[in-house]
Ligand binder design. Sequence first.
Ligand SMILES: [Zn+2]
Length: 121
Amino acid sequence: MTVAYRWTCKFCGTANAPASSCAKCNFPVEATAVEFEMANASGSTAVVYEKRESDRRAKEEWRALPIWKKVVFGISMGLVFIVVGIIKYSWLILSMFFGWGVALAGVAAIWIASVAFSARK
Ligand SMILES: [Zn+2]
């Protein structure tokens, strides 16, 4: 993407003529906040282009897949979500039982303690 106005590079602050990327550091004019963070973290704008290239390749590979593979992928992703959902839900049930268990153990401990205390009299 090329802009039709003068702009200041978000990465190095250089004032640029209308272009698609910075004349000094090559940072793209339409970079996202994520791309800015990536470039900032690595100190280089090259990662932005590497990321875009790998994204583009991933998209191309996805498009090249036969439809049945996409369907299988979709189903397996659905299954993952269902399994994760079940795990989350069962964890909720488990923690509920755990909570009741702790409460019961507490009541039992108080009961045993009171019995033991009264037996001593
Ligand atoms: Zn720049």
